[in-house]
Write a new protein. Structure first.
Length: 359
């Protein structure tokens, strides 16, 4: 099956609670007798569709090449709905759509039921985080780009309900999604259209508040058992749990430069590394919370980075002013596939994904 750039993806439809939903899928090749591959679900941003997500990420080609079936669901009229369905479509259920889609692909032999990975960009990232945080779809890994978590979702579940490896890639210069948290920036005519679209899809006032990147990583590190829970640990700052404040999550007083953990008292500190920067590109810092026997939580902070998929296509000039510069490093798609391969090998007890016999 040709799928270069997502232009020849297989398209499918599924009825979920009486609502017709569509998706595109790039199936990983299999040899006779080989077990079904793992599944990666990639969620597009607002106003996009699954095919646009395939083009943006290159996953239509790179996912199957890595032995991973990759599916690109279409949001209803370009949107995802974490809080409630729109009034015009009360039976809409995005989480059920993702769950039934995964089950359908398993039944067709295109993917296995475990492990499953969930990725997204912008609004798709925020919805993916909501789904994983609330345990609405069991996933082994969560990968977010240019989007963190919705604060109302964090209030409902201060500590994520799943234990899963989590990676967040985000720029500090993103003019639409504030790195430090706060209200989504919807400026100018595009912003007005975004606000109107969100209202039509059921968003209420103050449901556009997002958490800071570092608070979200702290949440997932706590859920994975790497750090104490901000909601329960004695002496641990909690202001960022219910609002977009400044929960510490182990960011002050950390050590750098060594392998493994750095711990002060009961606080597990992240391992911090400044990644090599190619000439003309933006600086990238990796902060990783790891502990033996636990899923990891990793933040890639792109200093000055804008709104886009790092390593993917650059925004057109007319959109650049609103998007900011999109870094060519790190390769977000490569990081996502590395996580999926690593977690698949761990889940299945393999040293690596078995690609023998695959053309």
């Amino acid at each position: 099956m040709g799928s270069r750039g997502g232009s020849e993806l297989a398209r499918g439809v599924i009825d979920v609670a009486g609502v017709r939903r569509s998706y595109r899928v790039a199936s990983a090749p299999r040899r006779s007798g080989q077990a079904a591959p793992p599944l990666l679900i990639a969620l597009h941003g607002a106003g996009m569709d699954g095919q646009a997500m395939a083009r943006l990420t290159g996953l239509a080609d790179r996912g199957p090449a890595a032995g991973i079936t990759t599916v690109f669901p279409d949001g209803w009229k370009g949107c995802w709905h974490p809080a409630r369905p729109p009034a015009s479509q009360p039976d809409l259920d995005d989480a059920r759509f993702l769950s039934e889609l995964a089950a359908q692909l398993e039944g067709a032999g295109a993917a296995r039921s475990w492990p499953v990975f969930l990725a997204g960009i912008a609004a798709g990232a925020r919805y993916a985080e909501y789904v994983a945080r609330h345990g609405l779809l069991p996933v082994a890994g969560l990968f977010l780009v240019a989007g963190t978590a919705l604060e109302f979702g964090r209030r409902q579940a201060p500590v994520p309900q799943l234990r899963a490896s989590m990676v967040l890639v985000i720029g500090t210069g993103d003019r639409t999604t504030p790195y430090a948290g706060g209200r989504l920036t919807r400026a100018g005519l595009p912003g007005m259209l975004q606000r109107h679209r969100a209202a039509r899809h059921g968003e209420l006032p103050d449901e556009d508040l997002v958490a800071s990147a570092e608070d979200v990583l702290g949440d997932w590190a706590a859920a994975n058992g790497v750090t104490p829970s901000a909601a329960t640990a004695s002496g641990f700052a909690t202001s960022g749990v219910a609002g977009h404040g400044s929960a510490d999550h182990g960011f002050s007083g950390y050590r750098t430069g060594g392998a493994g953990l750095s711990v002060t008292g009961s606080f597990t500190r992240p391992q911090i590394e400044e990644l090599p920067t190619p000439p003309g590109d933006l600086p990238v810092t990796r902060k990783a919370w790891t502990r033996p026997g636990c899923h990891s939580a990793t933040l890639y902070r792109i200093d000055g980075g804008g709104h886009g998929w790092p390593g993917g296509p650059q925004p057109p000039a007319r959109a650049g002013a609103g998007c900011g510069p999109v870094s060519r490093q790190p390769d977000a798609t490569g990081l996502l596939l590395d996580m999926a391969e690593r977690e698949t090998a761990s889940a299945l007890g393999y040293p690596a994904l078995d690609r023998s016999g695959i053309a």
